[in-house]
Design a protein around this ligand. Structure first.
Ligand code: ATP
Ligand code: MG
Ligand code: FE
Length: 343
């Protein structure tokens, strides 16, 4: 069966086609993506109303592009998936509305998807797909969670951030360093020429036995460190601060992952969400995994941040598992706030 999936929860419009059978990992046939980052950059963050309007403009042309890339026609599509939440209400409504209208016109069912389940399952589209059960480290712009995953739809929350997400910590530190929005990738780039041990930045909750995270203190520490540097810090000093901030975030993510692996007794870790693209994080987790004989799985680099492929994939995997009933009701609602455990 062919599933056409739409992602529109924030500032990326993504559309993709996956093929799925009664069993096995669904296969990505084609996708198209448009990021609104440039449009929002002037405002230093995502402007919800602008995001919604741009999803309206992009969704149908991107759907055409994804179908063309997949080499299939609209009439071949068996179900239409969309991100139901969490995310920006207006942006979600655009994707849900367009997907539902298209499905109604085709007489095909719709499949609503939880955005984080898309991130979580995205490593199944990689060349080295995981097997259940595993511990998942979900590190995105809005979430930082450790989960025990026993199968599709079986997600047990082990711990999560009590304030900022890891991606947010990257973005806020980057903003203070004048690196624009979203600054995660730019901070990671600057960090490559800096010394990670130049500044001792806080690693909150690191030695607590629980699996929770806290990153809000990091931006304050970055700010005070910058103030001490004076009005015109050298490029080397800025690179050192970027490297130290990245090290503080990565260190906590790695240590808490080790704790989660010990607590569950599992030896397979899946990392997903935008921050899973981070090279320092991958290098450290790979090193720990080699020492401890775990397997670690990541999404393809292009599928770490938001995209349509992960939404089509999650819909297909849930459908295969009999967890969603494809609906021809053609009514829809979005869930801007929605826990994955309730999905
Ligand atoms: P959520 O999925 O929680 O709703 P989101 O969809 O905005 O949030 P993602 O698209 O998964 O988040 O990821 C975006 C985040 O990933 C941003 O915070 C961005 O800075 C961060 N990010 C992307 N690439 C990197 C990188 N190489 N290093 C560090 N952070 C990165
Ligand atoms: Mg985004
Ligand atoms: Fe996301």
């Amino acid at each position: 069966a062919l599933v056409l999936g739409f992602e529109s929860s924030c500032d990326e419009t993504g559309v993709a086609v996956v093929r799925c059978g009664p069993a096995g990992v669904p296969q990505l046939l084609g996708q198209a993506l448009h990021s609104q980052i440039q449009m929002h950059q002037a405002y230093g963050g995502v402007v919800p109303e602008l995001a919604s309007r741009d999803h309206v403009r992009r969704a149908i042309p991107l759907a055409r592009e994804a179908l063309r890339a997949a080499g299939v026609e609209l009439k071949d599509v068996d179900a239409v998936a969309y991100t139901q939440g969490p995310g920006l209400a207006g942006a979600l409504l655009v994707g849900a509305g367009i997907a539902t209208s298209l499905a109604a016109a085709l007489g095909r069912p719709t499949l609503p998807v939880h955005h984080l389940e898309g991130h979580l399952l995205s490593p199944f589209l990689s060349a080295d797909p995981p097997e259940f059960p595993f511990v998942a480290l979900l590190v995105s712009g809005g979430h930082t969670q450790l989960m025990r995953v026993d199968g599709v739809g079986s997600y047990e929350l082990l711990g999560e951030t009590i304030d900022d997400a890891a991606g947010e910590a990257f973005d806020k530190s980057a903003k203070l360093l004048g690196l624009g929005y979203p600054g995660g990738p730019a901070l990671a780039r600057l960090a490559e020429s800096g010394r990670a041990d130049a500044f001792a930045l806080p690693r909150p909750l690191l030695h607590q036995p629980n699996l929770d995270f806290s990153f809000a203190g990091l931006k304050t520490a970055v700010m005070t460190t910058l103030q001490k540097m004076g009005p015109d810090p050298s490029d080397a000093a800025r690179a050192d601060l970027a490297a130290s901030a990245q090290a503080a975030i990565v260190d906590v993510l790695v240590q808490k992952s080790i704790k989660a692996m010990k607590a569950t007794g599992l030896n397979r870790l899946v990392v997903a969400g935008g921050v899973s693209a981070n090279r320092a994080l991958r290098a450290q987790l790979d090193a720990v995994a080699a020492r401890r004989r775990w397997r670690v799985h990541y999404p393809e680099l292009a599928l770490c941040t938001d995209n349509g492929a992960m939404i089509a994939l999650a819909a297909a995997m849930r459908w295969q598992a009999g967890l969603v009933q494809p609906s021809r009701a053609y009514s829809f609602e979005v869930r801007p706030r929605w826990d994955l455990a309730d999905a």
